[in-house]
Design a protein around this ligand. Structure first.
Ligand SMILES: Nc1ncnc2c1ncn2[C@@H]1O[C@H](COP(=O)(O)OP(=O)(O)OP(=O)(O)O)[C@@H](O)[C@H]1O
Length: 254
């Protein structure tokens, strides 16, 4: 067990947004977080990352309450890739990825071979080596997304949290990213809107509706037609694809 939420709650503007969620991130596995717009996925990810304090319940990292763990220790092992910010920064793509090494270096720490290798490796894994020296401001939306993911990989986290990481990516890069996340061996949780991607790639799925966790478990057990109808308000079938052997979800026309 690495990261878990126990009965976590969070309110904003006097409204409950996350309501008593108990969720565990299985060690070394890929957990998909799905739910309709506004159901609380981003809010929950920020709580899990320790960026926000809940109004009730607790977030635990290796059974330790998050607020009791030194910020630097959290930064060394946990990375969050949020939905893209539009900030213009005067840095190259490589310099943005290098920011991922900050928690591993002392205040005046020099770059060492491990830092260089982590940055190069992260650029290679996201297919961004060829863009490394390009200014951030000139990168396309999909390239920026991949650089933000590379920054998180350069951090070499044990827990990786991503908010809609496939946004802005074309279909080839979406599949490459999902395969990468599945194969990382890092405990990984990603908010995903594409339910087909979630059932095909995730080891487990957590479903959130109106700020509450309604199910968590293996995709085939969780993503039933009944659950999809009740949470997403669409009729769908879920079956094993005879060619790929992966689960496939078909949304039926109204
Ligand atoms: N700071 C805030 N103040 C008031 N309301 C907020 C605040 N942050 C989030 N909310 C509200 O909480 C709800 C959940 O938002 P959140 O971004 O967590 O949902 P989400 O599931 O990630 O949505 P989406 O799929 O659309 O990205 C939304 O209704 C949102 O408007």
């Amino acid at each position: 067990m690495t990261l878990q939420a126990r009965d976590i709650a969070w309110e904003a503007g006097g409204q409950p947004i996350v309501r008593g969620v108990t969720l565990r991130l299985p060690a070394g596995r890929f957990l998909g977080l799905v739910g309709p717009n506004g159901s609380g996925k981003s809010s929950l990810l920020r709580l899990l990352a320790g960026l926000r304090r809940g109004s009730g319940g607790a977030v635990l990292l290796d059974e330790r309450p998050m607020p009791t763990i030194p910020r630097r220790e959290v930064a060394r092992r946990l990375a969050l890739v949020e939905q893209q910010a539009t900030t213009e920064i005067a840095m190259t793509a490589r310099e943005v990825v290098a920011l991922g090494r900050t928690p591993h270096r002392g205040a005046w720490g020099n770059w060492n071979a491990t830092d260089h290798a982590a940055v190069s490796n992260a650029l290679a894994r996201t297919g961004m080596t060829g863009r490394a020296d390009q200014p951030w401001s000139t990168l396309s939306g999909g390239e920026r997304q991949r650089i933000q993911i590379a920054r998180a990989l350069a951090q070499e986290p044990r827990e990786l949290l991503l908010d809609e990481p496939t946004n802005h990516l074309d279909i080839r890069h979406q599949l490459d990213l999902l395969k990468l996340l599945k194969g990382l061996g890092t405990s990984c949780v990603a908010a995903l809107h594409d339910l087909n991607h979630a059932v095909a790639f995730c080891d487990e799925i957590a479903v959130i509706k109106d700020g509450q966790l309604v199910a968590q478990g293996k995709p085939g057990n969780v993503m039933t037609s009944e659950l999809i109808r009740s949470v997403f308000k669409v009729a769908a079938t879920v079956c094993e694809d005879p060619v790929s052997g992966r689960l496939r979800l078909d949304v039926l026309p109204d």
